[in-house]
Design a protein around this ligand. Structure first.
Ligand code: FUB
Length: 332
């Protein structure tokens, strides 16, 4: 694999933030990141080291590679969410009819991830949470796609600490089941939102990433879905991108509609410094950018991450040229 090494920028050196979801609202770039905190816990596969308690909205004056970044302050605090337990993870925001809807995953008082909605009059918030989580919601890592048909599609799901292995067919299992070997890998989920943006309009559907022969990627494939779904559209195609978790890649797959299936294409970003990798892909004034994070500024602490951005390039066939993440080398 030939890697590219475009210029990269740390966006907000003043604080540790991660998991960027980015949108252009009213011509301005807004970033909805997780707000990382120092923690005493030992790192574990349950993600107990990610103890986020609030979130801030950032915005950029113009070009993401050079524009001034503004911190608009605290936009949501778990102290204001009636059903909150702990761990406010990766959010995303959608704008509709002059209102802004922030979708956030948060563990409830039983330590189960649910998805909540909070509403604001401005993209920077503050966001007022609804009193209860979305009915039938589970797991974490949110992306909302506003589509040309006027519908909004919410993507979610993540393994291990994200609890997706505890569910099948949208129902909680008695015990978690993680597929192994040649078994099909666990898929992300996609669900259309109701017109008022506050509930699921249907049962969430599995998002299959398939190989060129139409088979779901295997559970032991280092390119299989793990967490951090993002969907963007390029030349009329739907690009589903995601983190592979324990193989530390960002990969993508392409489909013809919001639900897929999505045919696996390749790696976007090789491993960064730090365990997690998480991203979004956004167009601004005709150029495309990858927003992501790494743990270089914290000296490699995987729970203290810093936001980054770099340009991405598509080739003539719409393939994304893979980028060197700067972490331990990875070989395909
Ligand atoms: O920030 C907590 C978790 O780490 C996110 O939900 C994952 O995507 C990973 O970045």
């Amino acid at each position: 694999m030939n890697l590219t090494n475009p210029d990269k920028r740390y966006l907000f050196p003043d604080d540790y933030m991660a998991d960027p979801s980015v949108h252009v609202f009213n011509g301005r770039i807004y970033i909805y990141p997780s707000h990382d905190w120092e923690c005493e816990n030992v790192e574990n596969d349950n993600g107990d080291q990610y103890v986020m308690k609030d979130m801030h909205v950032l915005s950029i004056d113009g070009d993401p590679m050079t524009g001034k970044v503004t911190d608009h302050g605290k936009a949501l605090d778990i102290a204001d969410i009636p059903w909150a337990g702990r761990q406010l993870w990766d959010c995303d925001c959608a704008g509709k009819d002059g209102k802004y809807y922030l979708y956030f995953p948060l563990k409830d008082k039983n330590d189960i991830f649910r998805i909540g909605v909070a509403i604001a009059d401005r993209p920077e918030g503050p966001f007022i949470p609804q009193p209860d989580p979305i009915r039938g919601s589970y797991s974490m890592d949110i992306c909302v796609l506003p589509d040309a048909d006027g519908e909004y599609y919410l993507y979610f799901g993540g393994l291990w600490g994200g609890q997706l292995q505890r569910y099948r067919d949208n129902k909680a299992l008695e015990s978690a089941y993680l597929p192994e070997g040649a078994e099909p890998s666990l898929p992300s989920r996609c669900v259309r939102l109701t017109k008022d943006m506050l509930q699921f309009a249907e049962e969430p559907r599995p998002i299959q990433v398939i190989d060129k022969d139409g088979n779901p990627l295997r559970a032991d494939d280092p390119h299989r879905f793990f967490e951090a779904s993002w969907v963007h559209k390029y030349n009329g195609k739907y690009y589903f991108s995601y983190s592979t978790g324990d193989s530390h890649l960002l990969c993508y797959a392409v489909g013809d509609n919001p639900y897929g299936p999505f045919v696996y294409q390749g790696v976007i970003l090789t491993p960064v410094v730090g365990w997690t990798t998480h991203h979004c892909i956004v167009e601004y004034e005709g150029k495309w950018y990858l927003f992501h994070h790494d743990s270089v500024p914290s000296g490699g602490k995987s729970w203290l991450r810093s936001l980054k951005v770099c340009p991405i390039t598509y080739d003539e066939e719409g393939r994304i040229l893979p980028i060197d993440g700067g972490g331990d080398p990875w070989t395909e």
